[in-house]
Design a protein around this ligand. Structure first.
Ligand code: SF4
Ligand code: SF4
Length: 58
């Protein structure tokens, strides 16, 4: 399982601020899978539900 930010992200940057390991980069918002520890904080925080859980090998 990994996390992915949808293209319809509104750019509010709440996920960027909450990520404990700095795995999210701005403009456009993107998750660096090599840094992400899969904590799910961004997934829970996004007010617009623009972060989804996806299967690792998809
Ligand atoms: S799941 Fe956790 S570590 Fe990964 S991008 Fe989201 S907040 Fe950062
Ligand atoms: S919290 Fe959601 S809407 Fe805001 S920048 Fe992150 S993914 Fe986009």
């Amino acid at each position: 399982m990994k996390y992915k930010i949808l293209a319809s992200c509104l750019g509010c940057k709440q996920c960027f601020r909450i990520c404990p390991v700095g795995a999210i980069t701005k403009g456009p918002m993107k998750i660096n899978d090599d840094k992400c520890i899969k904590c799910g904080e961004c997934f829970r925080r996004c007010p617009s539900k623009k972060i989804i859980e996806v299967k690792e090998n998809v």
